[in-house]
Design a protein around this ligand. Sequence first.
Ligand SMILES: *Cc1c(COP(=O)(O)O)cnc(C)c1O
Length: 384
Amino acid sequence: MIPYGRQSISEDDISAVVRVLRSDWLTQGPAIERFEATVAAHCGVRHAVAVANGTAALHTACIAAGLGEGDLLWTSPNTFVASANCARYCAADVDFVDIDPRTYCMSVDALAAKLEAAEAAGSLPRVVVPVDFAGQPCDLAPIADLAERYGFLVLEDASHAIGASYSDSLVGSCDYSAMTTFSFHPVKIVTTGEGGIITTNDDRLAERLRLFRSHGVTRDEALMDCESHGGWYYEQVALGYNYRMTDMQAALGASQMGRLEEFVARRRELAGRYDKLLSLLPVGLPWQDPRSASAWHLYVVRILPESGKTRREVYDAMRDAGIGVNVHYIPVHLQPYYRALGFGPGDFPVAEAYYEQVLTLPLYAGMTDEQQDAVVRALTEALA
Ligand SMILES: *Cc1c(COP(=O)(O)O)cnc(C)c1O
């Protein structure tokens, strides 16, 4: 089976992990700071705070933002469930903003209209989570303008988009967001096995992220309530979690970051090849905003009605042919958990219509041209 995504692990990546295993520190050691510094330097951002996974990154960011009961978080329905669940962990409510029919990211027009209505109703969100779908950044500048006008915090879920850029700005720089999160799950662009990171330019948010990542416990006297009892003294000043990343994971991540440019270049090359090889088939190709450069986490096509085939037929035929196609995403508001909260079919029609047609083709840095040709052959046959 050719998978839809997979990690690329070099001998240097392996050596970096083995060095940590032979060292004094398996967790809370120097590899974490090195990894954080590597990501911060890449993004051109003041702070990067590493955590156990991308979901923990979103949750920790929501806590740092002060999200709580009675608050609202808005995100895109076309995302992994974690982008919405992070609000529920904080006892906040979730709502969604429909997607742009071309980029499949949150629609800025829909966001502006919903904010206007919410202002009139007195139900503005505290946090908005735009998701850089498939590796293509959202239209971040107007979202930042709306944040200014309506007073919400932008938490960019860039799980798909490390290495991408928007205008002259690298994703993760936080030029247009208060915080940006990444995931390092093996299907993503850079991996640590499990892992995530939050970037921010805000010193206060960074301090809170570090606090909540590790039990709400601090050894920083400036953050303490009482006077120190001595060198052993620490204080728990808030209810935090153990969301720490291990040093093995961080060492793998730092080594992988050294290969980011190579990974993204190959993904872009493969995406360009798909564009050419699929141009005569009855499928909709992924539209790219000329102001941004995608990191190409996913290559998503639409199975058009004129093909005479349903997405399900094409999916089954390709799976039978050994091609690990996938679907991103089932709209989050249609999940039973969210239906039980009052959402249902028809709420976000663009995301729902999109979902009916889409298919994710295999794409990963280690994919060969021959493997890609096999995918194209299988798709051609499935549509014939
Ligand atoms: C993968 C992903 C997450 C969650 O990341 P994990 O590291 O798997 O917890 C969140 N949001 C999006 C958009 C993702 O693709």
